[in-house]
Design a protein around this ligand. Structure first.
Ligand code: 5AD
Ligand code: SF4
Length: 451
């Protein structure tokens, strides 16, 4: 028996691609291994979005050298955005790597691995394609996860000036709605109850290809029998249409949760980022969303220290966060990326200031998250149970809210909830249950199942 291990860094698209690697190599006899050491083949699935993610990839690749030295036949592959960006240059830095395949070579993985393993070849495949293969991701043998992902489009045409994605993932390409609905149906038959549709900018789904638009796609996917919940990521504020906002009110399976990256609260910075919307436009979209769906949970991404970001620009970001009161927020210190236009901008913000701003922003959001979580106490929420666990009391502990049998799931608004199932939980995974929230802790909620 042969084992493979995929180490993934980065976004949900990468996590979903990792699943695809396993499925593509299963017909060659590869089973998922428990660790790199216990595997015959390791793929490092990389992310290029920030310098930190790229460093993490190279440090993991570095650790594989020792395994390779003592394990004959051990093979190392590098995938994802750094593979696409750096190509053969990776071999200079890590000569023990056997194969490198870019973001458009994923479907050639079985051929690549066959050549590497059987003929001892070294392969670098970073060719870009103009279209997606017809059966992107649709194959048998799904993991059976309760909450699963389906990629609906790849690439991005927006060229935000800080972003490397258009260069490493190529132009926007959408899959046919029939192929998407088929993959969703198969995943639901394999046990999925919640599907997140993935793309860099789902709002422009199908526009280039003349396919049905994204709201129509949501309606078709929501019709899949057995599916309880539908989500999507990521949306671009400039393309968030009234029609899509309306979908939240009219498609019951569509969770009232939206990740809408704002990136900055300053219109001047947004303009230099090439985001093509202003602070005012963004806030107007948020008002509209909340008019249509008052319970809407909102998430965002923010970059601090973009070149030329003044103290006043940063204050505008803080005031926007205070105004919107997000349910979740990911904040990043700006970092230069190869090819991205902002790398050539002058007026860079010193690292020390970026760090300070990041901390101020995260502290602000922590307070909001805490208040929002505390406001959930006493409420009854529906959660989709994704797993269960039993935790025993830690030695010496007098009280541990984690002890005992627990089921874990998420609310429609994507809040993590641990709940006392109240009875045998054996058949609860994959079901929606009602939970009365008893307490709020840091980033999670705790509750008890109610009838
Ligand atoms: N520096 C810092 N953060 C970045 N992001 C994208 N590019 C950069 C960069 N060069 C952030 C954005 C995006 C998220 C996935 O990563 O906020 O939404
Ligand atoms: Fe990057 Fe902008 Fe495309 Fe998002 S929309 S992937 S931030 S270029």
């Amino acid at each position: 028996m042969k084992f493979m291990y995929v180490f993934t860094i980065g976004c949900q698209m990468n996590i979903s691609d990792a699943d695809l690697f396993y499925r593509l190599l299963a017909p060659l006899g590869y089973m998922p291994g428990d660790s790199p050491e216990a595997s015959d083949l390791v793929i490092v699935n990389t992310c290029a979005i920030r310098a930190k993610a790229e460093d993490k990839a190279f440090s993991f690749i570095g650790r594989l050298q020792a395994i390779k030295a003592r394990k004959p036949g051990f093979r190392v592959g590098v995938a994802g955005c750094v593979a696409q960006q750096e190509g053969a240059k990776i071999l200079t830095r890590a000569p023990y790597v056997d194969f490198i395949f870019g973001t458009h070579a994923i479907w050639r993985l079985p051929e690549i691995v066959t050549l590497v393993v059987q003929e001892g070849r070294r392969i670098v495949d970073v060719d870009m394609a103009n279209e997606l293969p017809e059966r992107d991701g649709s194959s048998d043998g799904f993991t059976g996860a309760v909450s699963d992902f389906v990629t609906i489009m790849r690439g991005c045409d927006n060229f935000c000036t800080y972003c490397v994605v258009p260069y490493v993932r190529g132009r926007e390409m959408s899959r046919a709605p029939e192929a998407i609905v088929e993959e969703v149906s198969r995943k639901v038959r394999a046990g999925a109850r919640e599907i997140t549709l993935l793309g860099q900018n789902v709002n422009s789904y199908g526009k280039k290809e003349g396919l049905p638009d994204f709201s129509e796609l949501l309606r078709r996917v929501a019709d899949v029998e057995g599916l309880h919940r539908l989500r999507f990521a990521t949306s671009h504020p400039k393309d968030l249409s009234d029609d899509l906002i309306h979908a939240f009110a009219t498609i019951p399976k569509l969770c009232s949760h939206l990740h809408l990256p704002v990136q900055s609260g300053s219109s001047a910075v947004l303009s230099r980022m090439n985001r093509k919307y202003s602070r005012e436009h963004y806030l107007e979209r948020i008002d509209r969303l909340r008019d249509v769906c008052p319970e809407m949970a909102l998430g965002t991404d923010i970059i601090v220290g973009f070149p030329g970001e003044s103290p006043e620009d940063f204050m505008n970001t803080l005031s926007l966060v205070e105004k919107v009161r997000y349910d979740s927020l990911f904040a990043f210190a700006y970092s230069d990326r190869p090819n991205a236009r902002a790398a050539g901008f002058t007026d860079k913000v010193p690292e020390k200031i970026k760090k300070e701003r990041l901390k101020i922003l995260l502290d602000l959001q922590d307070g909001i998250t805490r208040e929002k979580n505390e406001a959930c106490v006493g409420r009854v929420e529906e959660i989709l149970v994704e797993g269960k666990n039993i935790r025993t009391l830690a030695p010496g502990a007098i009280h541990d809210p984690v002890a005992g049998e627990r089921v874990t799931g998420r609310t429609e608004g994507n809040r993590l909830v641990h709940a006392d199932p109240g009875e045998n939980s054996s058949d609860m995974v994959g079901q929606c249950i009602r939970v009365c929230i008893d307490r709020a802790l840091g980033h999670s909620l705790w509750g008890t199942r109610v009838a």
